[in-house]
Design a binder for this molecule. Structure first.
Ligand code: ATP
Length: 362
């Protein structure tokens, strides 16, 4: 299995190195047969080649079985015509990664986490209110007069259908509950279409419960009654906002994990930014990046029918739980005394024990 590794910018190289140490340990413990290849992107690539994403780098992502991408410092990139390419955005578009999967769970050692939180946000990744990038030609945001500004929200039947299918796939392996989130009584046509496709998919899964909820009520519930929800199916921009709330409620941004997946490709990239303020200090929390890489292993396992990959995911999750509970291992953003290295070491150490537990748990 070929994995392309793009370190990104700022804290990217530090947390990707930590994630890679964990992936390599999982590879050894579970005999995954991974071949990881570093591909330079970001400002390091720009300095050498005049672009943050060269054509061969993009091709390497296309050819890989899976990609791990560290956070990229896009705000510091030069303009597009000077080579400042949005790396994850370009790869997402090129590989049609229409599902953004964002888990959030309360874990031991996270005193600020909401008890009972354990959700997987399944966010549509290609449409919605991102009016600047969803049109075939031109922008979906425009000003018909000097005093009127309009934004167009794009929802398609096919986009809604395929993301609903992903939500049901994941719900089937979790607690068989989906909350579909929108604001249908206001956005009657767009959310109507989105919810309609979710309901149609529900017809094929009588064992899975689907309920609908308004985004405002969902935000409150996530805070006060998170245990009511498991898989959350949601449109693009609502999903962006809700997933940041969910990860904050799980204990902090450093825990933010994300997988961008399509039918044939997936990339793991942490759900937080490149944190330039703490870059190079060795203190960044690698948990989100590690968990993202683990999600990629699970996706590969499910796609290729390789149970060892799914077990590796489970074992990494369990090992991260143990490392997070240890104040000497976890990083300062979570109130710990550890750093990027101590955390990764703790996860690797634990992985060897977790492997046995995961195998035993089947
Ligand atoms: P972007 O615009 O790239 O999405 P952002 O504005 O959301 O980025 P981040 O880079 O995610 O900002 O950082 C926000 C704050 O959270 C910063 O203070 C940063 O140091 C902190 N932070 C983000 N990720 C981590 C991490 N992995 N470990 C520790 N602190 C982090």
């Amino acid at each position: 299995m070929n994995i392309v590794v793009m370190a990104g910018d700022d804290i990217g190289p530090e947390i990707v190195a930590a994630a890679l140490a964990v992936v390599r340990a999982a590879d050894a413990e579970f005999s995954l047969g991974l071949r990881c290849t570093d591909v330079e992107v970001g400002m390091a690539s720009h300095r050498k080649h005049g672009t943050t994403l060269t054509d061969p780098a993009l091709q390497a992502a296309i050819d890989a079985d899976g990609v791990i991408v560290g956070p990229c410092g896009m705000t510091d990139y030069p303009p597009l015509d000077e080579g400042g390419i949005n790396i994850p955005g370009t790869i997402r578009k090129r590989l049609d990664l229409y599902a953004n999967l964002r888990p959030a769970r309360s874990r031991a050692g996270m005193p600020d986490a909401r008890r009972g939180l354990d959700v997987l946000i399944v966010r549509e990744n290609t449409e919605g209110f991102y009016s600047d990038r969803t049109m075939h030609q031109g922008s979906g945001e425009f000003m018909p007069t000097a005093d009127v500004a309009l934004s167009v929200r794009k929802i398609t039947r096919e986009g809604s259908r395929r993301i609903a299918r992903i939500a049901f796939d994941y719900a089937a392996r979790r607690s068989k509950r989906i909350t579909a989130v929108g604001k249908r009584h206001v956005l009657q046509m767009t959310d109507g279409l989105f919810m309609g496709e979710a309901c149609a998919e529900a017809g094929a899964h009588p064992d899975i419960t689907l309920k609908e909820m308004d985004i405002d009520a969902m935000a409150a519930d996530l805070y006060s009654r998170p245990e009511r929800h498991d898989v959350i199916l949601i449109t693009n921009m609502f999903g962006d906002i809700l997933s940041n709330l969910a990860v904050a409620l799980s204990g902090g941004l450093g825990l933010a994990a994300a997988l961008n997946a399509g039918d044939n490709h997936a990339i793991a990239n942490a759900g937080h930014g490149s944190a330039p303020d703490i870059a190079g200090k060795g203190i960044a929390n690698p948990a989100g990046m590690i968990l993202s890489a683990a999600m990629l292993l699970e996706w590969l396992g499910l796609r290729h029918g390789k149970p060892a990959f799914v077990q590796a995911h489970r074992a990494i999750e369990a090992a991260v739980d143990v490392a997070l509970a240890d104040a000497n291992a976890r990083t300062a953003d979570l109130g710990g005394r550890g750093n990027t290295r101590t955390f990764a070491d703790a996860v690797v150490r634990q992985l060897r024990n977790e492997k046995l537990q995961a195998v035993a748990a089947g």
